[in-house]
Design a protein around this ligand. Structure first.
Ligand code: DGY
Length: 334
């Protein structure tokens, strides 16, 4: 008979993942993986998780107090994302469930994408490609698909954490942009000087930005941080880029503002209720739409998976998880 003291902890890998990473997890755990890549939610997630000690989550699974109550064996949720708004962290902490995320490894890749999406939006790249593929390019015109300049423009950043700062560096150093930002906590003066970024109030940020990029975490406080009232304060020719989270922008209000020409264009990688996209956004020409892929370079996705696995292994084998969210559960770390 199997000696329970010798058995490996049981973990669930919620979605299909790099085989090498799953193989590494199998060295430490009994792994229930998901090569069919079914999206696990509600009852299906509860059934798969209920007797397991660990979860490697892809970032979209909702880890609620109710789910935690149904999974009393659970000790760690390793989220393969820097954001963790899918997880009720206070409820995890109350139950002694460690939460980890994957910061740092995705910063530069996500900033590259945010900048690219902002540029594609300003210069109407998706619209231009659709125009060409539709066979509509028959002659030169002086104002054919004219967009707005990125170089020398004012770049506004809402949320100035690691990714916001990496975008600021690209704008200031690479494109000679004036960079303004708004964040609850202001950066130290030396960091602002190094980035070439200036803190402004939210109203000033909205009024001054030619290109506004959203990089703030989602929370109840940031829900609809950009709605009809905020869009009304932006410059008529401005662009809005969201690589943060759906729900930070009121998508219906954004669609109305774009339709009315209130702002020039939007670049969106995240959506309220994704993977569903507001039908009015799908119908508008002046929106660049991408399916939540800002961190999706192969190297970075592998680094995120490796870090999530490192966290899971350390948490369940007595090591020090590298990137805990509710680190208070670990006690003082020497
Ligand atoms: C993150 O890491 O938070 C990205 O948005 C992927 O979910």
């Amino acid at each position: 008979m199997k000696d329970p003291a010798m058995s490996k902890p049981a973990v669930l890998v919620s979605r299909d993942l790099f085989p090498e990473v799953v193989a590494r997890l199998r060295q430490h755990f009994e792994v229930d993986d998901n090569p069919a890549d079914e999206v696990l939610a509600g009852e299906a997630l509860r059934l798969r998780l209920q007797h397991r000690q660990g979860l490697l989550a892809a970032g979209g699974e909702r880890i609620s107090a109710e789910l935690l109550a149904a999974c009393p064996a659970l000790r760690v949720v390793a989220n393969m994302a820097v954001g963790y708004n899918n997880i009720d962290v206070p409820a995890c902490t109350a139950r002694g469930v460690l939460v980890t995320n994957t910061p740092d490894v995705l910063t530069e890749t996500t900033a590259d994408f945010g900048f690219a999406l902002m540029m594609a939006t300003a210069r109407r790249m998706a619209e231009a490609e659709r125009f060409l593929r539709a066979g509509l390019w028959t002659k030169w015109r002086y104002d054919l698909l004219t967009g707005s300049d990125v170089h020398g423009a004012t770049l506004g950043i809402l949320g100035m954490g690691r990714i916001g700062q990496a975008i600021a560096r690209r704008g200031a150093a690479g494109f000679g942009m004036r960079v303004v930002y708004h964040n609850r906590s202001r950066l130290p003066p030396a960091t602002e000087a190094a980035l070439g970024a200036q803190w402004v109030g939210k109203a000033e940020l909205l009024a001054q930005s030619d290109h506004l990029v959203l990089v703030l975490p989602y929370s109840a406080a940031s829900h609809h941080a950009i709605g009809a009232a905020e869009l009304a304060q932006m410059k008529p020719g401005a662009t809005l880029t969201n690589i943060a989270r759906g729900g930070i922008v009121d998508d219906a209000a954004l669609a109305a503002a774009l339709r009315a020409g209130r702002i020039a264009a939007a670049g969106l990688d995240v959506f309220e209720g994704e993977p569903a996209v507001h039908p009015e956004l799908l119908a508008l020409p002046n929106v660049v739409l991408t399916p939540h892929i800002a961190s999706a370079s192969l190297r970075t996705r592998r680094a995120m998976a490796d870090l999530a696995a490192d966290n899971l292994i350390a948490a369940l084998t007595g090591g020090a998880p590298p990137t805990p969210v509710n680190a208070e559960l670990l006690g003082p770390r020497g």
